[in-house]
Write a protein that binds this ligand. Sequence first.
Ligand code: SF4
Length: 425
Amino acid sequence: MTRPYHSPSSLSTGALCDAMWAFGYLDHLRDPEVDYADIEAGRIKPTFVPQGPGQCSYKQRGGALGAALHHVWEAYFTGGQPAWNTYAGQVAMAGIELLPHPDLCEWVSVEAPVGAEIIGYRKRGEGGEIKAEPAEGLDPVYVLRVEGVAFNGFRDLTVKIKPDELERLGLSHAPGGIVLYDYKSTSNIALYALSADDLRKDVQCNLYALDVMIKYGLESVACRWVYFETKDVRQAVAIDVVITREHARSIIHAQIELAHHLDTIQSSATAALNWRSCFKYGGKRGEIGCSYHSSKGGPCRMKHTSGQLMMAPFGRKEEGKMPLSDAHKARFVAKKQEASPPADDAQPESVENGDVAPSAPAETSAPAVTETPRPRTRTMKAPAQTGLAASLAEFAQAVAEQDAIIAGAEAEKAKIKAAVAKAVA
Ligand code: SF4
C-alpha cells in the first residue's frame, strides 16, 4: 500500500527492520507522548517497562525532554518566553552561543514544513487520516516530492544571519547567509552525535537541505546540527556541513528503493524480522533495545538463538569491543594457530555492525560537500572512531572464529549421528 508520504524517521526505522516499521507506521503502536513537566514534577516516573499511568519508558522520557528543548528554542526565536529555569531550559542554555541571536537575523523560519505541495489537511502533530478538504482546526499537510516519492518533515530553524553574527558563529561561508539548524538532545554526545561525515549521509539533513535550497534559490546550504547533552554535564556541540543540491538528491535517491519496499509491507504479522536490529540502542551487548520486543512489553515474539546472542551487535557507538573472557580469547588464539599458518594474520576489511545505521547510503563517488570551520565557542569535537573500527575488526575476527568452532562441532555431531545410525542398522 503506497503511503501518502515517508519521513526521515520512517525511513530510518524501515531500514532497520520491516516489523519494527510495521508496528510503528501500520499498527501505530507508538509510545504516547508525555510532557516533560510531568516527569520533572514527579507525576510520571521513567522505568524500563512501564506498567501503566504514572510511568513512562526512558525512551519516552528522552522524547519528552527533546520536545521541551524544542519548545525553549521555539519561544526564543519567536519572541516568546523561553523557560530557561526548567531542566530543558538549562540543557538548551549550554548551546546558546552556537545559535544566532534573534535580533541579529534578517529573518527566522521556525518549524517550517518541508515541501510546498499540499496533499490534504490534518491537525498538526496528530497522526491519523488526512482529509481531502480544508476545515477549521486542520492544517495543510505539505510534502516534497522526489522521484515520485513524497517526503514530509519539519525544519527546526532556518535563518538568514547578519554578517557579524555569521562571523561570530564561524559560519561566514554560509551561502546567502542562510543556515539550516536542527536541535538534537542526547544522553551522551560522545556516543551518539553524528560526525560531519555521518551528517553528509543523513537523510534528514539532506532532505531538509534540499527543501531550503529549492525554497530560497540556493545551490548549496550551510547546515548546523546542534547536539545538547542531557545527562551529567551541560554541554553542546555543533556539527557543520555544507550540502549541495546534487549531493542532497543523490542521498535521497538512495532512499527511493527503500520507500517503495516499505510501501509493499502489508501488515506487522507478515513483515520480516531482523534479529540484529533488536539490539539497536540496547546499551550493553546482547541487551534488547527495541521497544516492540516482548521483553519490553511489546508484541514482537522474536526469539534469538544463542549464536545470535553471542553475535549481537553493540547498542552504542563506542562499545564495539566484544568483552571476551580471557579463556575465550585463549581458545580463539589456539584455534586460529591451528587453522592458519602463522604468517596469515589478515584482518577482515569490514564488518557489519548493528550500530551503523543501515539507512546510511554509500558514499557518492564525488560528494559535493565541504566541511566548514568549527564554531569558536562551546563546541566539542565529534568522537574519533578509529578505535571503534579496530575493535569491530577484532570482533569480526572473533565471530568468524566462533563460527568455525560451531561448524566443527556440527560436523562432529553429524559424524556421531551417522555412526549411531549405522550401529543401530
Ligand atoms: S524486536 Fe527485533 S525483530 Fe522485533 S520488531 Fe524489534 S527489531 Fe524487529
